[in-house]
Design a protein around this ligand. Structure first.
Ligand code: NAP
Ligand code: MG
Length: 402
């Protein structure tokens, strides 16, 4: 079989544990077997990050800046136990966090849907994609336990020597708590631009919710800055047939429960943290959740939303069979391949991504699946494939369609 030529490189980022095992299989059987592609390879397994003092993570992010498309395997974010387990120099930062910061990107999570897994919410027919603003608010807060009677104030001192602004937060007459949170216009604009990029790229409507009726400055400002970017890019949205809608966050939540889906829900940081877990649970399984990091400049990095599936890796190490779901990792590859094809103007490359995804969905809809899905499908089934068995079945089906 002759291979399909991919014009420009894809940045490939390898990772850890079970997902690393799966990664090698996918690359051999579903990527390099059919595509002639230049993969710029960065090995982000935790030992390599440790050896290079995490330089490799920075290099990988810079490569995505250069080539615009990346695909990433799940990686360990070391905690104290992992430092011991792997003998690391220190608790290296989350590679995803580092790459996101370098690209100034926003993460969009999109469930992968199949006919035989019904979402928990009856009206959901298409994916609800969550875009979470991953900067500021609660996650960069300054907080304080008020010990007793006293005044709490909010003070801003301009750097140019102007007069300070002082606002009274609360005159406490006993113990309590206070918190200071912030965001920046720059970060809100990057978030809004990434959301518009993603909505245009996927052809889905864009919703944004906040609570500006109560927070008449903070949330209202956020809403205005976000809305200004949307207004600036109105022409692109109209051309793509995309509607933008601002809603109060509680209204957005209520609407979502009767919505058919097929939309991008842009969330402030905390809302995104909470709602992405709700939506993920509502659609079924972590193994079926894809994720893409989009920069305001139009760079894309695709990955699975789940982690390195450590428990399965330990079984694998003991030589026991595993049944780990590779669907989200396969969709990371197909997402990157399709985006590469779109940016290069090579429809045959996009076509390959479509066929790969169709092969995966076709398998599951015909009852070929990993163990995690057997109790989610209707009707429930006993029979399941091993990790490599499922990938082999996808390959067979894919090759029939090529
Ligand atoms: P995890 O890898 O998400 O897995 C947690 C559990 O969810 C698994 O034990 C398994 O349940 C189920 N699961 C997740 N993905 C699955 C799949 N593809 N197929 C079948 N079952 C799946 O989380 P973890 O094991 O707690 O974390 C391991 C490491 O992942 C951590 O070091 C963390 O830092 C890292 N992590 C990385 C990323 C990333 O790189 N994007 C994201 C999250 C976490 P059962 O055990 O019940 O089968
Ligand atoms: Mg969460």
């Amino acid at each position: 079989m002759s291979k399909i030529k991919v014009k420009n490189p894809i940045v490939e980022i390898d990772g850890d544990e079970m997902t690393r095992v799966i990664w090698a299989m996918l690359k051999e059987h579903l990527v390099l077997s059919h595509l002639d592609v230049d993969l710029k390879y960065f090995d982000l397994n935790v030992m390599e990050r440790d050896r290079t003092d995490d330089q490799i993570t920075h290099d990988a992010a810079e490569a995505i800046k250069e080539y615009n498309v990346g695909v990433k395997c799940a990686t360990i974010t070391p905690d104290a136990d992992r430092v011991k387990e792997y003998g690391l120099k220190k608790q290296w930062k989350s590679p995803n966090g580092t790459i996101r910061a370098i690209l100034d990107g926003t993460v969009f999570r999109k469930p992968i849907m199949v006919k035989n897994i019904q979402p928990a919410v009856r009206s959901w027919k298409k994916p609800i994609i969550i875009g979470r603003h991953a900067y500021g608010d609660l996650y960069k807060c300054v907080e304080f336990e008020v010990p007793g009677k006293g005044r709490a104030e909010l003070v801003f001192t301009p750097q140019d020597g102007g007069e300070s602004t002082v606002l009274n937060v609360k005159d406490f007459d006993g113990p309590g708590i206070i918190m200071g949170i912030h965001n920046t216009d720059k970060s809100i604009r990057s978030f809004a631009n990434a959301c518009v990029n993603y909505a245009v790229s996927e052809g889905v409507d864009l919703w944004f919710g906040a609570k500006d009726t109560i927070s008449k400055v903070y949330h209202a400002h956020f809403k205005r800055v976000f809305g200004e970017i949307v207004a600036l890019r109105q022409k692109e949205l109209i051309e793509a047939g995309i509607n933008y809608r601002y809603l109060l966050i509680d209204d957005a939540v209520a609407q979502m429960m009767k919505h058919p889906g097929g939309i991008l829900w842009a969330c402030k940081n905390y809302d995104g943290d909470v709602m992405s877990d709700m939506v993920a649970a509502g659609f079924g399984s972590l193994g079926m959740m894809s994720s893409v990091l989009v920069s305001p400049n139009g760079q894309y990095e695709y990955e699975a939303a789940h982690g390195t599936v450590r428990r399965h890796y330990h079984l694998h190490q003991k030589g026991e069979p595993t049944s780990t779901n590779s669907v989200a990792s396969i969709f990371a590859w197909s997402g990157a391949i399709r985006k590469r094809g779109e940016l290069d103007g090579t429809p045959e490359v996009c076509g390959y991504a479509d066929k790969l995804e169709a092969a995966v969905l076709g398998c599951i809809e015909d009852g070929i699946m990993t163990k995690d899905l057997t109790h989610l499908v209707t009707p429930h089934q006993e029979k399941y494939e091993t990790t490599e068995g499922f990938i082999g079945q996808v390959k067979k089906r894919l090759e029939k369609s090529l």
